[in-house]
Design a protein around this ligand. Structure first.
Ligand code: GLT
Ligand code: MN
Ligand code: MN
Ligand code: MN
Length: 390
């Protein structure tokens, strides 16, 4: 029942399952995983597609002939195993040239090179069918605040996104951009640290309609924020173009844990929101297996991400269909019908007449202040659904 299927639109980054477990204190623990093998295994497990950074597929510095061979084999694998590439991105953080950032680096040669690398990576992504292009500002930030003017950094990022938007339009590509915020790591502070910062930035661009968000669970939790609310705001703005699902224990380093392995309650409400709001984009997992795992552990991890999503989806549907929940939500949201009509009119917009009606209305503030909202009961119902007793 919970087994992942292509229609579920689950995707993984090539970098996720191929993560070799290197961390700042220890070396790799798993051998490299060939992209073709990842495509095959993920397809067998029920995933719909894979996403990649240019260099996950074509190693940095490959010759044109090597690139052609790799891309040909990869296309063949996508075809053989019925997998798609909904999203692509650029690695602008691994090579030492990017140690001070890419689009916001102080060195103009680095900024220009970052544009060149991204144009080439966009071409590659589009060739493989990508419809969304992610910008995670890996090292766009500072260690020393003295190094950069934060206002200039915003302008440089805007220059880059505007230029690349025109590049996409000029080439007639069917591609939208999705900005991925993160508050810190690998730099001690990253520009555009949260969903809110990125969202506000989008409306200052030349083509705001082309640009949305790719929020990640772990990244917002690192900033101590409520991910469900961030996603709510992104959805309401029509800006949830993509999503990075994973999990995280509190505001620490970026853990990229198996989806739903830690914050089960908020992931329940996340899945419920995505499903009820009719989000139809890819459900992408940006996570990796524990460093203790061998290759089998990687596939256990990948299947676990997808199964947990489907389990939470089924639980959310049961919660919403529960008559007791429905009755309680109805009671909670109902009040004086005269006041209901007033706030309905507020939604329609201001009028002098409405302002007059509002100023002349008498409110029984004592009684309203005494109301009990029954949220303890409601929340317990949610907990019991999550725990599986209802
Ligand atoms: C890297 C990062 C992720 C981003 C990827 C896209 S790369 O793994 O930690 O959060 O989504 O660049
Ligand atoms: Mn992460
Ligand atoms: Mn990450
Ligand atoms: Mn991510």
């Amino acid at each position: 029942q919970y087994a992942p299927k292509k229609e579920d639109r689950f995707t993984f980054g090539l970098w996720t399952v191929a993560n070799q477990g290197r961390d700042p204190f220890g070396d790799v623990v798993r051998p490299p995983l060939n992209p073709v093998r990842s495509v095959q295994k993920l397809s067998e497990l029920g995933a719909w597609g894979v996403n990649f950074h240019d260099n996950d597929l074509v190693p940095f510095g490959s010759s044109p002939a090597e690139k052609d061979r790799i891309v040909r084999d990869f296309k063949q694998a996508l075809n053989d195993y019925g997998m798609v590439v909904p999203m692509a991105t650029t690695n602008l953080f691994f090579h030492p040239i990017f140690k001070d950032g890419a689009f916001t680096a102080v060195d103009p040669s680095v900024r220009a090179y970052a544009l060149q690398k991204t144009m080439r990576a966009i071409d590659l992504g589009v060739e493989l069918g990508a419809k969304t292009y992610v910008f995670w500002g890996g090292r766009e930030g500072v260690d020393s605040e003295a190094s950069k003017n934060p206002m200039e950094a915003v302008k440089r990022m805007r220059d880059a996104i505007n230029f690349l938007s025109e590049y996409v339009l000029d080439n007639g590509y069917d591609l939208r951009f999705a900005l991925e915020p993160k508050p810190n790591e690998p730099r001690s502070d990253t520009y555009f640290p949260t969903i809110g910062h990125a969202l506000a930035f989008i409306y200052t661009l030349d083509h705001p309609e082309m640009v949305g968000l790719n929020p990640e669970v772990a990244h917002e939790h690192m900033a101590g924020l409520n991910f469900v609310h961030g996603i709510g705001q992104a959805l309401e703005a029509g800006k949830l173009f993509h999503i990075d699902l994973n999990d995280q224990k509190g505001p620490r380093y970026d853990q990229d844990l198996r989806f739903g392995s830690e914050n089960i309650k908020s992931m329940f409400f996340l899945v419920r929101l995505l499903e009820n709001a009719g989000y139809t984009g890819p459900l992408h997992f940006d996570a990796h297996a524990y460093r203790t795992e061998d290759e089998q552990g990687v596939w256990d991890f990948a299947l676990g991400c997808m199964r947990t999503y489907n389990i939470l989806k089924a639980k959310a549907q049961r919660f919403d269909a529960d008559p007791e929940v429905q009755a309680l939500l109805h009671t909670i949201n109902t009040g004086d019908s005269a006041h209901q009509s007033l706030v309905d009119q507020v939604r329609q917009g201001y009028s002098k007449d409405l302002a007059r009606q509002l100023s002349e209305t008498n409110f029984d503030v004592e009684t309203l202040g005494k109301r009990g909202y029954q949220y303890e009961k409601l929340d317990q119902l949610a907990v019991e659904h999550i725990l599986g007793t209802r």
